[in-house]
Design a protein around this ligand. Structure first.
Ligand SMILES: Nc1ncnc2c1ncn2[C@@H]1O[C@H](COP(=O)(O)OP(=O)(O)OP(=O)(O)O)[C@@H](O)[C@H]1O
Ligand SMILES: [Mg+2]
Length: 299
């Protein structure tokens, strides 16, 4: 990301216009021919070629050697387009990004808004990961044959942002959605440490119940099932308040897999608390009833 920020700062409006033309061309071509980049950007082929050389040297585009000279965006190039949009929109101040988390499917940074508010900036990296990860998204991708990383990453960001806008107004403890563009989602920063690091808890049962209470609100009020809940996606702060993060794979409660996913979400956390915090048998079925979830789960 250091490279991206460095490259970003050297770009002019014309460079963004060319990156943008390649992005649009990629809807129709694997590698976008130079003539097409020229047509879409409304610049001459010669000018485009010089610019492409420059963008290539920054690692923002990649050239195909072969039958015809064609170009694609690299993920760094895509990052620059998203950052440019967010800066222009007044969401991010001229970019400084400090890494705060690396997931298997994303890079998360701390950024600043023009008014100086600290925000979390999450870059989805879906296409770079394995088949297993892609499969997680089958529920909403369906059977589309060719899914480019660009499309997948953008879809994941859009999905996550949508989930947060459904959940946050219902008071579910999630990061506040601020904005999104392409594969990037901007939210409030959450302080604390993830559950998998086993933070010391004065009352683990209380924390567990507070997670379940939030899941229940997500399901009943926002009609959203997380679908990938585990100890990595729950952050606990020093007052033992929890926040549930990482929502791109959510499904609506009426989705055919919702029952199964909700049950799995609950069981994963239940088992984690039982083994790591030595919670006694709480009786899952009673708990599900207590939180009004029985009609959403079949045992
Ligand atoms: N809003 C936020 N505030 C602070 N830190 C965050 C925020 N969102 C994410 N993080 C950090 O970034 C890490 C990765 O985020 P997240 O779980 O959303 O992405 P992921 O790539 O899907 O992760 P995974 O590897 O679990 O699939 C988190 O573990 C957390 O440390
Ligand atoms: Mg995660």
């Amino acid at each position: 990301m250091r490279h991206v920020v460095k490259a970003f700062k050297r770009l002019k409006e014309q460079d963004f216009r060319i990156l943008n033309a390649i992005e649009r061309g990629m809807a129709h071509y694997m590698y976008v021919p130079v003539q097409e980049v020229a047509r879409l950007s409304n610049y001459s082929e010669n000018y485009v070629l010089t610019k492409l050389k420059f963008l290539n040297s920054l690692g923002l585009v990649q050239r195909r050697l072969g039958a015809y000279p064609g170009f694609i965006l690299t993920s760094r190039g895509y990052d620059c387009l998203a950052l440019n949009a967010l800066v222009k929109r007044g969401v991010l101040a001229a970019v400084t990004l400090k890494p705060i988390g690396v997931g298997k499917e994303s890079d998360v940074f701390e950024g600043l808004t023009p008014s100086g508010r600290r925000v979390a900036v999450k870059f989805h990296r879906l296409g770079r990961t394995s088949f297993r990860k892609t499969r997680r998204y089958r529920a909403y991708i369906g059977e589309r044959k060719h899914i480019s990383w660009l499309y997948q990453a953008r879809l994941a960001a859009e999905r996550e942002y949508t989930a947060l806008t459904l959940l946050f107004p219902h008071g579910v403890s999630v990061p506040e959605p601020i904005s999104w563009n392409r594969h990037v989602v901007v939210t409030s920063i959450i302080e604390g440490i993830p559950l998998y690091m086993k933070p010391e808890l004065s009352d683990p049962l209380e924390v567990f119940y507070s997670i379940i209470e939030n899941i229940s609100r997500a399901v009943i009020k926002a009609e959203v099932v997380h679908g990938d809940l585990n100890e990595y996606n729950v952050i606990v702060d020093s007052d033992e308040n929890i926040t549930i993060i990482d929502w791109p794979q959510w499904v609506p409660v009426h989705h055919p897999s919702a029952n199964m996913l909700l049950k799995r979400d609950l069981l994963v956390l239940y088992r984690f608390f039982r083994s790591k915090y030595k919670l006694k048998d709480i009786g899952m079925e009673d708990m599900v009833k207590k939180y009004g979830l029985e009609e959403y789960i079949c045992w």
